[in-house]
Ligand binder design. Structure first.
Ligand code: PAF
Length: 278
């Protein structure tokens, strides 16, 4: 497994076959392992699987959150080795952002909703760093997790709007036994919070299973489950949106997404479920 830290070295790296990129910010967990395995399968034994590990400062709107972001390089490298990753790209901040940098990628529509409405500038930071990673690594395919569904939708839009010839693949969310979506932030939950977190997935599943088509009714159902089973949780949002545009919808009359962000103490968790109209 090769480890590359500079943009120049990455530019010189010989490319053949499918180049599959799994972009990460490190602190790799079983959810990332799934993305990496999905990526490995796509190389079809010929191309190369690249994992980028870079904690991108421009996507954190909260400095404390950035500082607290877990760094577990040794375990990250171990997982990459186990999964037969060909190359890790792990640049420093100086490699990624020059002091004179003045151009960035702004997303104007999909980021207005859900996480984008409370995390000012977050998705612009994501779009900027992902554009840079695409240009530096030049992958043929990139894999993103469906847990960050809004991010996935925005990256698809970015690839289409900026004419990248890169296939974007969404990988299913990996969950703990109680349904909690695996996230690097779960480590900050205490025992009681961790117990109550099962209600997040439960609420979303109940919303999906209900035959109700009125979104306001579905949201009321989801909120009541959170209220009774996760009293320590503080909802940031629970919304139903169009899966492509991220615009809130009133009835389930197209492919929809129920998405939730919820705080347990200072830990903000997100999750979602696809709801189909048929
Ligand atoms: O999902 C993430 O880990 C990050 O937002 C990404 C895509 C690696 C960009 O920094």
């Amino acid at each position: 497994m090769r480890v590359i830290e500079t943009v120049n070295e990455m530019a010189r790296w010989p490319r053949t076959g499918n180049i599959v990129l799994v972009p990460t910010m490190g602190a790799l967990h079983e959810g990332h392992r799934k993305l990496i395995k999905t990526g490995k399968a796509l190389t079809q034994g010929e191309g190369n699987l690249i994992v980028s590990i870079y904690v991108n400062p421009t996507q954190f709107n909260d400095k404390e959150d950035f500082k607290a972001y877990p760094k577990t390089s040794e375990q990250d490298y171990e997982m990459c080795k186990e999964e037969e990753v060909d190359l890790i790209f792990c640049p420093s901040d100086n490699e990624m952002y020059s002091e004179r940098e003045s151009v960035s990628v702004i997303e104007k529509r999909l980021a207005r909703h859900l996480c984008g409405s409370t995390r000012q500038g977050h998705f612009d930071g994501v779009c900027t760093v992902v554009t840079k990673l695409f240009n530096i690594i030049r992958p043929t395919t990139a894999v993103f997790g469906k847990k960050d569904y809004q991010q996935l939708a925005i990256i698809k839009q970015l690839v289409s709007d900026l004419n990248f010839s890169i296939e974007i693949l969404g990988a299913e969310t990996i969950r703990e036994q109680n349904g909690l979506a695996i996230s690097s932030r779960n480590r900050f939950l205490n025992t009681e919070e961790r117990k109550q977190c099962h209600a997040i997935h439960k609420a979303l599943v109940e919303m999906d299973l209900s035959n109700e088509k009125q979104c306001s009714e579905l949201i009321t159902l989801g909120k009541s489950i959170i209220k009774s089973e996760a009293p320590l949780g503080r909802l940031d949002y629970l919304e139903i949106v169009d899966r492509q545009t991220m615009e809130p919808i009133q009835t389930i009359d197209r492919p929809a997404l129920a998405a939730m962000a919820i705080f347990f103490g200072n830990t903000r968790l997100i999750d979602n479920i696809e709801i189909n109209s048929l």
